[in-house]
Design a protein around this ligand. Structure first.
Ligand SMILES: *Cc1c(COP(=O)(O)O)cnc(C)c1O
Length: 459
């Protein structure tokens, strides 16, 4: 091989590459171990380029290293301004927490706490006792436990109560929530056997009645959170399912998803089933998320009959899905806000209850300020539709106001990317080649950051 002139030329180009140490000099802002890794990766890429017949200068290698270093600085989770208008945004961390929720986390996160310690008796305590009392007061349930998220809540409930037995689910409720959370798969993972009942659009009480056998452990009712079956449809009420279950010795488990607590039955959550109604109508167990309509941290809440909650709490899986102190502190604070009628201190509820008139005012004045500061770009206030998101309220849209941004030379996709790549990233959406920044999900104090970003990108 040595006589191959091609290989010799390759070797020469390899030898001309800068040594790692010289690249490291330009990466002194990174921790040494990371800088070394970045320098080596840059050299690997340069060699690959040479092998593919290309050429690269020392500056070229340094540029690659710099780009890799910049990517590294994006590897820490970072706050993002949500200008999408999607209030419960799973990819952007579901919902923001408010001051009292954050304060609850701050109080316990920096030190030790009574997370699982009984201060009166001086011995091991119950991690869930505080949340349990508030959940019971809010929902009317006898007892409750908390896990990592609602997916875990469903899994551990079915595992503890239905293992190796049958679970009846309507074919209209065999849902996929997103990120591969599918009711048939979760049921299978729990060890329970899924029995499909009824049809996609209509399931009757008699369908359930006929499907119950001595091997049946429970009926699982699932709130089809992220879609609606409309038209010639029929589903069985919680009350009827509970009555049937009690008569035949099977449990009623209700995966409610969004966890709507308010029973006033008004406003933007009017269409969602209420947790307290499900308990009152006889569901033995309900499960719901902490970070959907509850407006709190990621968590899954399991509430219902005390004997069943005790069984769930003792199941070995509980240990694998238990929440940490920061989540529980934030959840306890969230539940307290609901209990004390201080829901409007939850950022989600503040966002949802902002009036279209108020948002129009904000959008109009921001557009005006920007029009004065921008050279060629055009900015105007525009009426748009915001959504709840997170697989909740799929057919509810809230009138909202956005600023619509266009530039004669810079395309919408490019503007959007530049906004995303800022030190304080701004995430918006594009409609008809126009960048829309929806103010319903942007906090008033974030407006100045959005404005500065647009001025720097577009002028
Ligand atoms: C959202 C949802 C889930 C998953 O909840 P996570 O808290 O995201 O794990 C499960 N079931 C239903 C009906 C849902 O709406």
């Amino acid at each position: 091989m040595a006589e191959d002139p091609g290989n010799e030329a390759l070797g020469e180009r390899f030898r001309a590459l800068p040594p790692v140490d010289r690249l490291l000099a330009g990466l002194s802002d990174l921790p040494h171990l990371v800088a070394r890794d970045v320098a080596r990766s840059a050299l690997d890429r340069a060699r690959a380029l040479i092998r593919a017949g290309g050429q690269i200068t020392e500056d070229g290698v340094a540029d690659i290293a710099r780009r890799l270093a910049d990517e590294h600085s994006l590897q820490l989770m970072t706050p993002v301004i949500n200008a999408t208008g999607v209030m419960i945004h799973t990819n952007l961390g579901r919902v923001p927490l408010g001051e009292s929720q954050l304060e609850a986390v701050r109080r316990v996160a920096g030190g030790y706490s009574n997370l699982e310690f009984d201060l009166v008796g001086g011995r091991r305590g119950d991690r869930y006792a505080r949340a349990r009392r508030t959940i019971a007061a809010l929902t009317g349930a006898e007892s409750a436990v908390v896990v990592n998220n609602n997916a875990a809540a469903v899994l551990v409930t079915l595992s503890a109560l239905c293992d190796a037995k049958e679970v009846l689910v309507s074919r209209g409720e065999l849902i996929e929530i997103g990120d591969e959370f599918r009711i048939p798969d979760v049921t299978a993972s729990s060890g329970a056997r899924l029995v499909e009942v009824g049809t996609t659009n209509r399931t009757h009480l008699s369908d359930y009645e006929r499907a119950i056998t001595p091997a049946s452990a429970a009926i699982l009712k699932v709130h089809p959170s992220n879609y609606r079956v409309v038209g010639f449809t029929s589903a069985v009420t919680t009350k009827d399912l509970a009555r049937l279950g009690r008569g035949r010795g099977v449990l009623l488990i209700y995966d409610m998803g969004s966890g709507s607590l308010d029973d006033a039955n008004e406003g933007w959550t009017a269409g969602e089933p209420k947790v307290s109604h499900a308990i009152e109508h006889g569901a033995d167990i309900v499960t719901f998320s902490g970070d959907k309509l509850l407006g709190g941290p990621q968590a899954g809440i399991i509430a219902g009959r005390k004997d069943l909650i005790d069984r769930i709490a003792r199941h070995p899986l509980m240990r694998a899905v238990r929440p940490g102190k920061m989540s529980l502190a934030a959840l306890e604070a969230t539940l307290t806000l609901h209990l004390e009628g201080r829901r409007n201190e939850l950022p989600l509820w503040r966002m949802a209850s902002a009036t279209a008139e108020h948002l129009e005012e904000r959008a109009t004045s921001l557009a005006q300020v920007l029009s004065e500061r921008l050279n060629d770009a055009k900015v105007e206030a525009r009426l748009v539709a915001a959504v709840a998101g997170g697989g909740t309220l799929p057919d509810t849209e809230l009138a909202s106001w956005a600023i619509a941004v266009t530039h004669p030379e810079i395309g919408a996709a490019e503007i959007q990317r530049a906004l995303r790549m800022r030190a304080r990233p701004v995430v918006g959406r594009i409609e008809d080649d126009v960048v829309l920044l929806d103010l319903r999900t942007v906090a008033p104090e974030e407006e100045a950051v959005v404005a500065d970003a647009l001025v720097e990108i577009l002028n």
